[in-house]
Ligand binder design. Structure first.
Ligand SMILES: NC(=O)c1ccc[n+]([C@@H]2O[C@H](COP(=O)([O-])OP(=O)(O)OC[C@H]3O[C@@H](n4cnc5c(N)ncnc54)[C@H](OP(=O)(O)O)[C@@H]3O)[C@@H](O)[C@H]2O)c1
Length: 321
């Protein structure tokens, strides 16, 4: 069977953002358990930066990166969003596994659904499943203006957290974090950060997506019986903790990986359904930082790496300006 062609942002070797080329390539072919999606929007995720440099998943080259899309399913024309566990998002047609494809309700826009699919499930899974957040607890979230972080701040409130603290590197980001309902927003570069976080009894759940020294700050800010939860890292050396250090606060060291949610179909669809309901009721609102054309993927990668973004970055794959 012959397939058509499509436009895509392609890399031919691992490296910097300059490696992206907008090209005409064959459409993917759907095999068993897969569907084709005519993509309207593709999303950026921080892991895409590591995929581009080859530090994370090394796809066969030439490769199309991009881990989440929204669009119309071929065959029935239904509006769907999908996670792509082996890339292929920055393109006009994506091939998605059926089990990671969800139909969208009318009341939630393409952009909102896309912003929730990977980052919302991560934020919710981290807080509720790994973090086991209890009502009244104090939560701190790193990169709180980011794609995962700005949803985690809102979801912490939704889950009944007592105090919600967000870390963000600029005054504009901190203002944004407060506007999401955080009780306070703090500068991660503040040398007295752990002390400030530890005020009023300390942090019960520290959700960290930065790694390295940020984890140590989190540990120092924990309340007795608090939990330090890693959801990601930005490169750099890993932090090691001794059991004695944890025992000083009877602290828990936890990690979250979305894969465990994806491996459980009931859990995944239930969680996405819950997030879409919250979005439909405007109790969870994703901020769209910018929407770039397909030819703007390189600039979008630069902006994400340069910490210039707040919320979700999208690619309109039908535009090339
Ligand atoms: N565990 C999982 O299954 C899972 C799933 C999805 C995502 N994640 C992780 O969750 C984290 C957030 O992902 P995201 O897609 O929402 O990205 P993001 O948080 O929107 O990434 C951009 C922000 O990260 C912060 N940042 C901190 N250190 C940085 C550094 N060294 N370089 C650049 N930015 C830095 C910056 O905020 P400030 O300037 O305010 O510091 C920046 O604006 C990532 O670590 C990602 O790998 C994990």
């Amino acid at each position: 069977m012959t397939t058509g062609t499509m436009r895509a942002a392609v890399i031919h070797r691992y490296g910097g953002p300059e490696e992206f080329r907008t090209e005409t390539v064959p459409e993917p072919a759907a095999g068993p358990g897969r569907v084709l999606i005519d993509v309207t929007l593709a999303g950026l995720n921080y892991a895409d930066l590591h995929c581009r440099t080859g530090e994370y998943a090394r796809y066969p080259l030439p490769a199309v990166l991009g881990a989440d899309v929204v669009g119309r399913r071929r065959g029935d024309g239904r509006r769907v969003a999908a996670l792509l566990r082996s890339g292929g998002g920055y393109a006009q047609v994506a091939c998605a596994e059926t089990r990671f494809t969800v139909e969208l309700p009318d009341g939630v826009s393409d952009a909102q659904a896309l912003a929730l699919l990977e980052q919302g499930t991560t934020a919710y899974g981290a807080l509720a499943l790994s973090g086991r957040l209890r009502p009244g607890e104090c939560v701190a979230v790193t990169a709180a203006a980011g794609g995962v972080g700005h949803l985690a701040v809102q979801l912490a409130r939704e889950l009944g957290a007592g105090r919600v603290l967000g870390l963000a590197s600029t005054p504009a980001k901190r203002e944004f974090v407060r506007s999401l309902g955080a009780d306070d927003a703090l500068d991660p570069a503040d040398p007295r950060l752990a002390e400030r976080l530890a005020r009023a009894g300390g942090v019960d759940l520290f959700v960290d997506s930065v790694g390295g020294p940020s984890l140590r700050t989190g540990l120092a800010a924990l309340a007795p019986f608090g939990r330090l939860l890693s959801v990601g890292a930005r490169g750099g050396p890993e932090e090691a903790f001794s059991v004695d250090e944890l025992a000083e606060r009877s602290a828990g060291l936890l990690a979250f990986w979305l894969q465990q949610v994806l491996d459980d179909r009931v859990l995944f669809t239930g969680l996405v359904g819950h997030l879409l309901r919250l979005a439909g009721e405007c109790r969870l609102v994703a901020r769209i930082d910018r929407t770039v054309p397909l030819s703007g993927v390189a600039d979008a990668h630069r902006a994400l790496a340069a910490r210039e973004t707040m919320g979700k970055v999208l690619v309109d794959v039908r535009r090339e300006d």
